[in-house]
Design a protein. Structure first.
Length: 268
């Protein structure tokens, strides 16, 4: 019976370690932007292409503010304790200004999967996005519409909700390369914890009253009408289910052990 129990414990241990599920990992080694599922928003004077293993977005002067690229994926719901992680590498060339120079977001938008003329998904309305930004200003790190150290989301009514306890990196230069890893965990029905490492700076915070659990969109963009560009690589989204407490596994092992004892008695 010891052998059976050891095998069972090993099985439970493997199950606990195998909770994470990579939904997609885009390296842009071949094909087009559309092949990888990426499309433009704010299409005035903008281009989007795969080149040399990167996804390249560029715009010329006269582009719409908040232009960029987005991708929709199979809708993923977060139960309490579940988390979703967005990771990517980026190189950007954007004008230094008080407003944000580069944005990233993950959340839910209406199904479209095509180039969009508007500033979706960074506008208000039916979309719900956790949005973050890095600024070229000497006074701003993270924020959304104005310089600041907090980072709001848009809820389904289009109003901003603040994330508490969240800070960002120092101001970024006009030409910057770096990586971002953002993890959002649903802590209860309407609340989330947020942990992020962006351009070498780590931070965490909480968001209360968000009240939604579905994710189907990632987005990247710039907030300027001037010439700007960015290149993305190793873009991935991973889902992790809540891992039961160790006491849960102990209880399960105990139940199975009792079952094995009963089975042996019946055979005897």
């Amino acid at each position: 019976m010891k052998t059976h129990l050891l095998a069972l414990i090993a099985t439970f241990g493997f199950a606990a370690a195998a909770q994470a599920d990579v939904l997609f990992n885009d390296t842009f080694a071949f094909g087009t932007a559309a092949d990888a599922g990426y499309h433009r928003f704010g299409t005035t004077n903008t281009t989007l292409a795969v080149d040399g293993g990167d996804l390249d977005f560029a715009q010329t002067s006269g582009a719409l503010a908040r232009s960029g690229a987005y991708k929709q994926f199979a809708s993923t719901d977060l139960a309490v304790g579940d988390s979703i992680t967005l990771s990517f590498n980026v190189t950007m060339s954007v004008p230094s200004q008080v407003n944000h120079i580069f944005r990233w977001a993950i959340g839910t938008t209406p199904s479209s999967s095509e180039d969009l003329a508007s500033n979706t998904p960074f506008g208000s309305g039916t979309r719900q996005m956790f949005q973050f930004a890095a600024s070229g200003s000497t006074t701003a790190g993270f924020g959304q519409f104005v310089a600041g150290s907090s980072s709001p989301i848009h809820n389904n009514s289009g109003t901003g909700t603040q994330i508490t306890g969240f800070t960002g990196p120092a101001s970024l230069a006009m030409n910057t390369s770096g990586s971002v890893s953002l993890t959002i965990t649903r802590t209860d029905t309407n609340n989330y914890s947020i942990a992020q490492t962006a351009f070498g700076t780590s931070s965490s915070g909480t968001l209360t009253g968000a009240g939604y659990d579905s994710f189907n969109t990632i987005a990247f963009g710039v907030n300027t009408t001037s010439a700007a560009s960015f290149s993305l690589d190793n873009v991935s989204v991973a889902y992790a289910a809540a891992i039961p407490e160790p006491s849960t596994y102990v209880a399960l092992v105990g139940l199975v052990a009792l079952g094995l004892v009963a089975s042996r008695r019946r055979r005897a």
